[in-house]
Design a protein around this ligand. Structure first.
Ligand code: ZN
Length: 493
């Protein structure tokens, strides 16, 4: 996600691919992953949908499982979750037409063809617990079938709709990560991206009103009219989530970034501006591929959307806030969200526990982008200066109000206010990585990120993986360096 703080403190704001080498590679790598086949029948006029989901769940946990748990993130958009999906300071941006709530219900669960009771648990009933009836041994799989339906809230968020777009982010039951003997059941948070998931394969079919254009993660394999309805199919291998965005206003401009097809979905924008925004996405894919390692997918979609924050990342697809008027700020969000394809997308992490790991690397990547692309109106030096000034101003204002403040870089659930989260996660990370860059030198710094990317591709990495990658390339012990920053001991002047 992009918190819109650029420069100004108060600007708060059986799935088969055929074809090219990239796809063949993913075909092999994705062979033993959980697969989701999702069918969505969406009435765009009422913003309601009926859905089926067939999950071939592969037990890659190493443990014997008796149940499988799924996140039901839409539950938090119901009235019971009020205040949990967006901070109070951004209610007006998220709900410009007043409060609105989702409806969401799982209507059927079956395991290996046998019906099971629908069992919710957790905060806001945000977890679906599926009893497997028998033990699922490691490396074995089981078919879990789920039917669900929802009505979207009039909310410019990941799961909701605005005047221009319908956003289907985190809209389906997604398997919780199993680690350390249990499933991670963490719920929503108004701060940050509360998500954590494993790589999987997706085949998603959507039928909706004929006037709508559909953007989605992965490769669109069908886009036709059938019996007066728009029908689109998407296939995505080796991704950790899947999102769709729809609009009856979308226009599309397309280009290539090496072997990746890049599409920019937009509305209310002239052709030249759209082409320039597409080019920014292409430049970003090319730049990060060169800096860190190849973008391994065939497709990438930049999608202009009604969205409360600057932007939001999903695999192969990012949302960019349509309300950003400043051209450079808009492009900066594109550059930020595209970097998430490396830091979150390919190399994942527990985003709620260590938000600095993906957001920090992503935000610092924007500075490296400007180092490598002189045709943009922002520079590394300007971005760094703004971050430093903003951080020291934040510290000064907050400590005047609160006295001593906790500047540790911690879990999203442990920040009491959104500014605390934003400054400790985005702004402070930029200062930390700049300091490391200066300490070990840019060449070893970039080599460290290349090492981190190649060693942790398609997995969920931990902070120690990043530290060891930098230690390997710099031949310097860096645990104390990181601990000082992460634990809030470094004083920024
Ligand atoms: Zn972000």
């Amino acid at each position: 996600m992009k918190k819109f703080i650029l420069c100004f403190l108060c600007a708060c704001f059986s799935l088969t691919f055929v074809g090219c080498k990239k796809a063949d590679n993913l075909n092999n790598l994705s062979a033993n992953l959980t697969s989701y086949i999702i069918n969505v029948d969406l009435n765009a006029a009422t913003h309601s949908a009926t859905c089926t989901e067939r999950v071939m769940y592969v037990n890659n946990s190493g443990a014997i499982l008796k149940n499988v748990k799924f996140h039901l993130y839409p539950q938090f958009f119901e009235e019971v979750g009020a205040g949990k999906v967006v901070a109070s300071t951004q209610m007006n941006e998220a709900y410009p037409h007043g409060m609105s709530y989702a409806e969401f219900e799982v209507t059927r669960v079956a395991v290996a063809g046998k019906d099971q009771p629908v069992v919710y648990s957790g905060e806001c009933d945000g977890i679906l617990s599926v009893d497997l009836n028998s033990s699922l041994m490691p490396d074995k799989n089981v078919e879990i079938y789920i039917e669900f339906n929802f009505t979207l809230p009039n909310c410019e968020h990941r799961f909701g709709y605005g005047d221009n777009t319908i956003n289907l982010g985190n809209f389906y039951p997604i398997a919780c990560v199993y680690e350390n003997g249990s499933f991670d059941e963490s719920g929503y948070s108004p701060n940050g991206d509360p998500f954590y998931s494993d790589m999987a394969n997706y085949s998603v079919n959507i039928a909706t009103d004929s006037a709508y254009t559909v953007a989605g993660s992965g490769r669109k394999t069908q886009d036709t009219l059938e019996n007066g309805k728009k029908v689109c199919k998407f296939t995505a291998l080796m991704v950790r989530d899947f999102a769709l965005v729809l609009s009856n206003k979308f226009e599309v401009v397309s280009g290539m970034a090496d072997k990746t097809a890049v599409d920019y979905y937009y509305f209310d924008e002239d052709d030249d501006s759209a082409k320039a925004n597409l080019q920014t996405g292409i430049d970003a894919i090319k730049t990060y591929s060169k800096l860190y390692g190849d973008y391994p997918y065939e497709n990438f979609s930049l999608v202009k959307a009604d969205f409360v924050y600057g932007g939001m990342e999903y695999p192969n697809l990012v949302l960019i806030n349509a309300d950003i008027d400043n051209v450079d700020d808009y492009k900066n969000v594109i550059i930020h969200e595209t970097a998430h394809q490396w830091w979150y997308g390919v190399v994942g992490n527990n985003e709620h526990e260590h938000p600095w790991l993906d957001e920090g690397l992503t935000e610092y990547s924007t500075l490296l982008f400007y180092d490598n692309n002189s045709g943009y109106n922002l520079t590394h030096a300007e971005m760094l200066k703004a971050n430093k000034e903003n951080y020291t101003l934040f510290m000064s204002v907050y400590s005047d109000v609160l006295g001593d403040i906790d500047t540790s870089m911690r879990s999203i659930y442990d920040y009491s206010t959104e500014p605390e989260y934003t400054y400790c996660t985005y702004v402070k990370s930029v200062l930390m990585f700049e300091s490391l860059n200066g300490l070990i030198g840019q060449k070893k710094f970039i080599s460290g990120l290349k090492e981190y990317y190649s060693a942790n591709k398609y997995t969920n990495a931990k902070p120690e993986n990043l530290i060891s990658a930098f230690e390997k390339t710099s031949k310097t012990a860096l645990t104390n360096f990181f601990n000082s920053w992460l634990q809030g001991k470094v004083v920024v002047r």
